[in-house]
Design a binder for this molecule. Structure first.
Ligand SMILES: [Mg+2]
Length: 185
């Protein structure tokens, strides 16, 4: 069945490195291991508020493979998300716990677009008029696969991109300026 055209626009937000500071080892990002390590970047609250004021639905879409790998407790991730949604105007959180690494890889693990497609179905989102913001190649490729515009938040990790993002920025505040002033409506 062809996708119905709707006017609902979303910004899909990766979590670690976009909403909150990722822990870094050897120039690679890792998720916080507990609520105490979950530090929302200072610019994020105002950035989310601007997007909400402009009418966007905000959906966090995050891979948390450590849960699938058995090295992080799902209850900790849920506690972090309860804190995050209480602190920020986020409409929905999509989480993929797949381990990846060839062990389990469903259609929800970014770069696959399953989380975005599910949210779009349930919230009636027009993906072609929506954006994906993330700090890794998996986010950029996921956004493209879902048919969204993509913004790469460059945190300087030792990791190459695969597909080219539509825009590259330093943080979510810069991403929001691009989204709000984009001619794509
Ligand atoms: Mg990230």
């Amino acid at each position: 069945m062809p996708e119905k055209s709707t006017s609902v626009r979303a910004v899909f937000l990766d979590r670690d490195g976009v909403i909150n500071r990722a822990l870094e080892r050897d120039e690679k990002p890792y998720p916080p291991r507990c609520l105490a390590e979950f530090e929302i970047y200072p610019e994020v609250s105002a950035a989310c508020a601007k997007l909400k004021a402009a009418g966007f639905v905000l959906v966090v879409a995050t891979n948390q493979p450590d849960v699938g790998r058995g090295t992080l407790d799902q209850a900790i991730v849920e506690k972090i998300h309860a804190h995050m949604t209480a602190a920020l105007p986020i409409d929905r959180v999509e989480v993929c716990y797949d381990a990846g690494q060839g062990r389990s890889d469903s259609d929800c693990r970014k770069p696959k677009p399953g989380m975005l497609l599910r949210a779009a179905r349930e919230l009636n989102i027009n993906l072609a008029r929506s954006w994906m913001v993330g700090d890794r190649w998996r986010d950029v490729d996921c956004g493209h696969a879902a048919g969204c515009k993509t913004i790469f938040v460059d945190r300087g990790y030792a990791e190459e991109l695969r597909q080219k993002p539509n825009f590259t920025v330093k943080n979510l505040a810069e991403a929001v300026e691009i989204i709000l002033f984009s001619p794509v409506k």
